[in-house]
Design a binder for this molecule. Structure first.
Ligand SMILES: Cc1cc2nc3c(=O)[nH]c(=O)nc-3n(C[C@H](O)[C@H](O)[C@H](O)COP(=O)(O)OP(=O)(O)OC[C@H]3O[C@@H](n4cnc5c(N)ncnc54)[C@H](O)[C@@H]3O)c2cc1C
Length: 464
């Protein structure tokens, strides 16, 4: 999590919308005048007779669970294919407060409510952040096996059919109305089952199958840069756990990561200790060891109970949509740089995409087309592009050297920075700043960066 207070003096521009690439007669027209065509196309999409629209969601993480629930509630015949129903996605599990409200999450699936955060600099200067939080505000800490199962169960209760299966590939439709034929190995909910080859015909597909998305490959969505993140779940003695009761730690420095941060996040009866990197993936275990070392006094006597690693996308894929197939969550590439946050954005994009399908199909009564799905992308880019851009800039400015990281931690001591940071993180809205405080912050930031640069020059001289 990092401040977006700087947005006021970093020039931001809205992204241009992704171009359609399937040049059917409809999309040719769409690319010239998307708004007009969308309306015409949706009116001219055929009504379905004797059945409702059929949509398959591939992947049952937060993106897939949220998408399937919205589709099923909206009158769409919904299938969710998940390869592992007890999947424990490698993840820090930190979620913003707004997710609890917007997705109506029960409090008993949240392990910890973090109200204090320590930001720890390369020279181990610790700054406490969180003093500006109001009594009801917190960062939620969840275990993904709990959150994902909860969201899937809720989708099922809303009418979605959950299929325990591994999606393999799909045959593309001949025209705008024929089905996609999905090929998958069905396990029938039995752990360790060998599985049977099966097929499923659907009218549209939502790819929510994470960073290694097969749906993305099937539609030629292109690749993205990615970070590798590594995490150990460590069971620590009760007195040590008491320290992490409502506290999370973030460590920055060349030792823990050249381009990311290390973390200690509290869970029900253990802590999750991890780090990530894009640029030095081969050294990830060295960075993990350094993160553990930095926290060593506080996790002394701990037992590693689980080791996990997974890619984190760095930016959206070149294409997120093709015909009646759309990507959401990590499959699309919706993780913020600097913070590595993706759970909320996954659930939100899943829901937004499903809403576009429900709306375009008039509650499952009509066929949908690419124009209907494109509305989701347009809304997504308009809503979140500035957040992604600001965090991208912050990462470039503050994670590039140890002196810059010292400056970053120094800045985090400022109450105004803390308030803007938490408000932006917890509520995912662009918080209007106070112009006088913004100006002070700009001056202080420039001051910190000038000091950081001067310090770096001195260090460079010493190493010559
Ligand atoms: C170590 C680590 C720590 C992180 N910490 C945080 C954090 O603290 N907070 C935060 O907000 N984000 C964090 N993230 C990012 C976050 O985990 C992701 O952004 C988020 O999980 C994306 O959700 P998703 O539903 O798009 O994909 P996923 O959660 O990856 O879910 C994809 C699902 O699809 C299933 N699947 C995949 N392929 C197939 C297939 N072929 N057939 C059937 N099913 C399939 C998988 O089993 C999985 O259940 C972290 C990531 C990592 C790696």
């Amino acid at each position: 999590m990092a401040s977006i207070a700087l947005k006021s003096f970093i020039g931001l521009r809205q992204t241009t919308a992704e171009k359609p690439h399937l040049m059917t007669s409809q999309t040719k027209h769409n690319s010239l005048n998307p708004r007009k065509l969308t309306v015409v196309a949706s009116k001219s999409s055929p009504r379905l007779t004797n059945r409702n629209l059929r949509v398959a969601v591939i992947g049952g993480g937060p993106a897939g669970g949220a998408a399937a629930e919205t589709l099923a509630k909206g009158g769409v015949e919904t299938y969710l294919i998940e390869r592992k129903l007890d999947n424990a996605k490698p993840c820090g599990g930190a979620i913003p407060l707004c997710m609890v409200g917007e997705f109506d999450l029960p409090l008993d699936i949240i392990d910890r409510r973090v109200t204090r955060m320590k930001m720890i600099s390369p020279s181990n200067v610790a700054v406490d952040i969180g003093q500006t939080l109001k009594p009801h505000e917190y960062i939620g800490m969840v275990r993904r096996e709990v959150l994902d199962a909860y969201l899937r169960d809720r989708a099922q209760a809303s009418g979605a059919e959950i299929i325990n299966g591994l999606f393999l590939k799909m045959d593309m439709p001949r025209d705008g109305e024929s089905p996609y034929v999905l090929h998958y190995t069905g396990y029938g909910g039995k752990a360790g089952a060998v599985g049977e080859k099966r097929t499923l015909e659907v009218d549209a597909v939502i790819g929510a199958d994470g960073a290694n998305s097969r749906v993305a490959k099937a539609i030629g969505a292109g690749d993205y840069d990615y970070a590798i993140a590594f995490q150990e779940r460590i069971k620590i003695p009760d007195d040590k756990m008491a320290y992490y009761q409502n506290l999370a730690e973030m460590y920055v420095g060349d030792d823990v990561s050249p381009d990311f941060y290390g973390w200690v996040f509290p869970k029900c009866d253990h802590v999750a200790v991890g780090t990530g990197t894009v640029t030095h993936k081969g050294d990830i275990k060295k960075f993990q060891l350094a993160t553990r070392n930095r926290a060593k006094d506080k996790i002394l006597g701990g037992q590693i109970i689980r080791v996990e690693a997974h890619p984190i996308p760095e930016h959206p894929r070149p294409r997120r949509l093709s015909g009646r197939v759309a990507l959401v969550g990590d499959a699309a590439g919706y993780v913020t740089k600097c913070s590595g946050e993706g759970i909320y954005f996954a659930a939100k994009s899943g829901r937004m995409c499903a809403e576009a399908v429900v709306e375009g199909s008039e509650n499952g009564k009509r066929m949908v087309n690419e124009g209907d799905l494109r509305k989701y992308l347009e809304k997504w880019d308009k809503t979140y592009w500035p957040t992604y851009k600001v965090l991208d800039v912050l990462q470039k400015v503050f994670y590039r050297s140890n002196p810059a990281r010292e400056a970053f931690v120094e800045m985090c001591a400022d109450e105004y920075v803390q308030k803007m940071t938490f408000d932006s993180y917890l509520y995912k809205t662009v918080v209007p700043g106070n112009p006088w405080e913004d100006l002070k912050l700009a001056v202080n930031t420039i001051g910190s960066l000038v000091r950081a640069n001067a310090l770096r020059r001195e260090m460079d001289k010493l190493s010559v």
